[in-house]
Design a protein around this ligand. Sequence first.
Ligand code: NAP
Length: 261
Amino acid sequence: MSSVPTRFSRLGSWAVVTGASSGIGRALALELAAAGLNVVLAARSEDALNAVAAQARALGRDARVVVVDLAAPGGPAALHAATADLDVGIVVLNAGFGSGGAFLDAPPDAHAAMVDLNCRALVASSAAFGKRLADRRRGALVLVGSIVAFQGVPFSATYGATKAFVQSLGEALVVELDAHGVDVLVAAPGPTDSGFGARAGLRMGQTMTSASVASAIVAQVGSRGTSFPGWLSKLLRGLFMALPRVLASRILGSVMRGMSR
Ligand SMILES: NC(=O)c1ccc[n+]([C@@H]2O[C@H](COP(=O)([O-])OP(=O)(O)OC[C@H]3O[C@@H](n4cnc5c(N)ncnc54)[C@H](OP(=O)(O)O)[C@@H]3O)[C@@H](O)[C@H]2O)c1
């Protein structure tokens, strides 16, 4: 099995997707496979990854499963090493999770565990794959942030802060890596139907489908900047952008408190 010529051919024949076992990452991997890319699928759940790999192969693409805990020490390095022999041109750093509830009520290690995956693993993978793409002077790096990245988020405080980290890192890399031929995109989705709500303990209200969010992100791969994939992301961005940050934060806090009950 091999890749077919597509608008992504200039970038390379393989795409790496973290968090590919579920939700947005799974949909991204299948969307990229449908677009002609071979895919590396990374997450912890081996059976779920194998099921996604089978779907990618059914589309005529090659697929490699990498079972890895990216939050563990050495996780990002293990993923990078497991792809060393491949012509990787697109890297989507999507693995992440959130939580709802009062900051002071969270178990002692919960905040650091979230920072480990959403920030530490993401910045380590950005550095390793960013260098690799820069060395070949072509490639696309996609960081999956969130619509909540643009103000404080009471009752999901650490999650909001991790996504502000992703947004800031991505905005900086858009500029720095442009000089090396690497297109950096920060994707900032709004509420999406996936495994996110269950893991976060949040009752999700209006959502978009993971497939529609993934399709909108893939349409932007190879461009630089921030994208708000899907109608709800754009609507919420428009609403919150019109407000002072402190007011946006208060409104989001009452929404999050309601969702975490
Ligand atoms: N859903 C939303 O409303 C929403 C909105 C904005 C942004 N986002 C962001 O979108 C991204 C994808 O989330 P999702 O909504 O698709 O949720 P999801 O269905 O829960 O998917 C999360 C993915 O991350 C992987 N993951 C979690 N912990 C991991 C670890 N320690 N090591 C490796 N992989 C790990 C999970 O796989 P395993 O459990 O198999 O490891 C899964 O594949 C996240 O960064 C999230 O913050 C989501």
